[in-house]
Design a protein around this ligand. Structure first.
Ligand SMILES: [Zn+2]
Length: 331
């Protein structure tokens, strides 16, 4: 059967009830055959669906009717649902709303703000904000099949800062005003062949800070590092299989596949989204936004529906128990 392409009208039509939403989430996560293994004990096989006594719904402890679909493990005898041990764990928001919001995020190139989600889906701002951060948790980069090798382009950029402190149009300002800037340095890596992107908040742009960020994604001994001529990269060049740089000050932007052009593209998309959609992003949460934009960049060739499938394949084991401090909430 051909994979279904979703759209908001199609989803709205299919998700008539919370039960429909549970079934769709199970299908998207488990491929229509139910869970392969138990989220409580990890045992594979012997996972049973518990038919509710009265048909489609069951009563919760408080007497409300719940359409939650419950499964039971034949090994540890524990019960669970498609939400257990995922970003949805303990949520009070309907799964119907969750699926629509996830599709909205996966199909918005410039992202979508908590304000927009709040208005469109009739949830509070805080709820929308927390939902979006849970979704970003599933976008977090985790090397599954080992670290990458090959050619990688690495470059830094500065994000945020109060508009009154922005000097970028001031010709007297140095290109990078270390001492006066209130912007946050960010390093990005783009793998030349796979176009996989990764971005990290760094304390500063010294080799000492940049190296650990690169090591999270790349096996340095198998890596050809491509950068501009910043001194920090020369300091850490010995850690890599090779290092080549282009000299922007001499007007050299690309030499063969050596350049930082992929990073430039990634950075401008990142800034467009942060400035245009989120307006202000607190430094405390910046890394979560970087996870989102790196994930979007990496998966930009996928359809919106396949991005949604990819995301739902990463929801397990990523419970976000963190409670936001209201002062830190950024929209
Ligand atoms: Zn079990």
């Amino acid at each position: 059967m051909a994979k279904q392409e979703f759209s908001i009208p199609k989803l709205a039509l299919e998700l008539k009830s919370e039960l429909d939403a549970y079934v769709m989430l199970e299908d998207l996560r488990w491929g229509g055959n139910g869970p392969e293994s138990c989220p409580k004990c990890g045992a594979v096989g012997r996972q049973y669906f518990l038919n509710p006594a009265n048909g489609a719904s069951r009563k919760t402890r408080t007497g409300n009717v719940s359409e939650r679909r419950v499964w039971k493990c034949g090994h540890c005898r524990k019960q669970y649902s498609v939400l257990t041990d995922t970003i949805f764990h303990g949520t009070k928001i309907s799964i119907r709303t969750w699926l629509l919001v996830i599709f909205e995020v996966c199909s918005s190139k410039n992202s979508v703000s908590a304000w927009e989600i709040s208005r469109k889906y009739e949830v509070t701002n805080e709820t929308a904000w927390h939902m979006l951060h849970r979704i970003r948790e599933a976008m977090k980069f985790e090397p599954v099949a080992g670290l990458l090798g090959g050619a990688v382009q690495v470059d830094e950029t500065w994000i945020g800062g109060e508009p009154k402190n922005r000097h970028r149009n001031d010709p007297r300002e140095l290109p990078r005003a270390y001492a006066t800037t209130d912007k946050q340095p960010v390093v990005s890596l783009v793998h030349y062949e796979t176009r996989q992107a990764h971005a990290r908040v760094v304390a500063d742009v010294t080799g000492k800070s940049l190296l650990p960020a690169i090591e999270e994604m790349m096996d340095t001994k198998r890596t050809h590092l491509h950068t501009d001529s910043a001194r920090a990269y020369k300091q850490i060049a010995g850690e890599f299989a090779a290092h080549e740089s282009v000299d922007h000050s001499a007007g050299e932007y690309a030499r063969g596949n050596v350049s930082t052009n992929l990073n430039e593209g990634f950075h401008s998309q990142l800034k467009r989204s942060i400035d245009g959609t989120h307006h202000h992003v607190s430094v405390v949460h910046l890394q979560r936004y970087l996870n989102q934009f790196a994930w979007m960049y990496t998966n930009c060739k996928l359809t919106d529906s396949d991005r949604m499938r990819d995301l739902l394949g990463n929801v397990e084991g990523r419970r976000l128990t963190y409670k936001p401090v209201v002062a830190d909430v950024d929209f």
